[in-house]
Design a protein around this ligand. Structure first.
Ligand SMILES: [Zn+2]
Length: 446
């Protein structure tokens, strides 16, 4: 890496949208200086035309779900029938074909302005459950895929031990299971982070980790100050089964076993009681909303404003990758709430972009990202303001235009750690992302 100077025609700084901003980056991948009021690019600077935003954080991803796009939209079905289709793809994954699929999916993310992904990863072992010679072959394939696609990854290595409360893993789930949380911890301890990679933990859900083993996963994350994620109350059937098995809601069960706290992110949090919202908010547990997946699977609308009010920072994820578009996730959170409440303006555009960036990065353990300011990681993305979707509004409304009108197709440039990964809409490391996606998906589909 070498130092590079960028010039943003407009940039969203912590103070708002500013015209003519010089962003200097150093060889260590950080921003060293930000200068406003520079009407033209200085000599040698790379021009970024449009509105430059802090890089987007996709806080919840299952990379292999990208292979389901389209197929799960045909016909009807429920969350549970969708899961059967998803398991058929999971059965076919190998370290090699998963690397190719994830590399292409992460390249699609870079093209959508995403600079960090939180990969909630649970396909660990051979079909049937035996370990690979390298027990972390699958996780390391995902880490390598992100590096080749030019984005940061937080590998949220997921503990997944049971099919339901007191039930053994089924035939699809055997390859997800390490047998016990102790064996999970021993395997995950061998994974290594680097400048591009953080290692975090996940509890798949209260149905997939027996209650008495939740504390082992929580302790592993606490000892390492690592992010800890958990799917929470996406389906009412899970809530009902949890109350029946334990006499607690899933949130209360997690609280009881030390899983909640400021390093923890609950994903979905759709069906909560008022007591659940208090437990999450008062413990500082973050919540990752995945609105395009939640609406695709007919999950429901989670109580995002109440969670934020109670103290939970909000992040966003594309989860099942029905689409990979963080602008759509951000506006969906607001628009869902408008439909439910019949009132407008629950979040400003700046607040929605904070959920899509700084708060997402924090949920993934990248505390120094999500701001265009000296000392921050040099991760940013530029949205065109001259496309058919974005042309017209004055630049002062660029944040509103980006959140409420732009799509991933309007992303022109993406810079990660000072490296220009997407230039004028073209990925610089993966030559033809669409071809790579088609090829990788064909290799894992029926
Ligand atoms: Zn998920």
């Amino acid at each position: 890496m070498t130092a590079q100077t960028y010039w943003a025609e407009h940039a969203l700084l912590d103070t708002g949208v500013e015209p003519g901003v010089v962003i200097e980056t150093a060889a260590d991948g950080r921003i060293t200086a930000v200068r406003r009021g520079t009407p033209a690019p200085p000599p040698g600077a790379v021009s970024l035309r449009g509105i430059t935003l802090p890089g987007l954080a996709n806080a919840h991803s299952h990379a292999f779900h990208r292979a389901l796009r389209g197929a799960t939209q045909a016909g009807e079905g429920t969350f549970w029938t969708w899961r059967e289709v998803m398991y058929r793809v999971a059965d076919r994954l190998t370290p090699d074909n998963y690397f190719a699929l994830a590399r292409a999916a992460y390249a699609e993310m870079a093209l959508a302005g995403i600079t960090s992904v939180g990969e909630f990863h649970y396909v660990h072992h051979l079909a049937g459950g035996a370990r690979y010679d390298n027990p972390n072959a699958m996780g390391e394939a995902l880490i390598a895929a992100a590096a080749e696609a030019g984005i940061r990854i937080t590998l949220l290595d997921t503990c997944y031990l049971s099919s339901g409360f007191g039930a053994e893993p089924d035939k699809h789930q055997r390859r997800f299971s390490d047998g016990t949380a102790e064996r999970w911890a021993e395997r995950v301890s061998a994974l290594k982070g680097d400048d591009n990679t953080r290692i975090g933990a996940a509890v798949h859900s209260v149905r997939a980790v027996p209650a008495e083993q939740l504390g082992t996963v929580a302790a592993w994350a606490q000892e390492r100050d690592a992010p800890l994620h958990v799917h929470l109350s996406e389906q009412t059937a899970e809530n009902d089964a949890c109350v029946e098995a334990h006499g607690f809601t899933p949130t209360a069960l997690l609280a009881h076993h030390g899983v909640l706290g400021p390093r923890t992110t609950a994903v979905h949090a759709t069906h909560l009681t008022p007591g659940d919202i208090r437990l999450l908010g008062h413990s500082g547990t973050g919540v990752c909303m995945c609105p395009t997946t939640e609406r695709d699977l007919a999950d429901g609308i989670g109580p995002a404003p109440a969670l934020q009010e109670a103290g939970s920072p909000l992040s966003l994820g594309s989860d099942s990758h029905a689409v990979i578009d963080l602008f759509e996730e951000a506006r969906a959170m607001e628009l869902n709430e408008r439909l439910r409440s019949r009132t407008r303006g629950h979040w400003s555009s700046a607040a929605l972009l904070r959920a899509a960036s700084a708060d997402g990065h924090a949920a993934l353990g990248w505390d120094g990202a999500g701001s265009i300011s000296p000392g921050a990681l040099a991760d940013f993305t530029t949205v065109a303001l001259d496309s058919v979707r974005t042309a017209g509004p004055p630049p002062a409304l660029a944040a509103e235009t980006a959140v409420f009108a732009a799509t991933n197709a309007d992303v022109r440039d993406t810079v990660v750690g000072g490296r220009h990964i997407v230039r004028d809409g073209n990925h610089q490391l993966v030559a033809d992302v669409a071809v790579e996606l088609a090829r990788a998906i064909a290799a894992v589909r029926d």
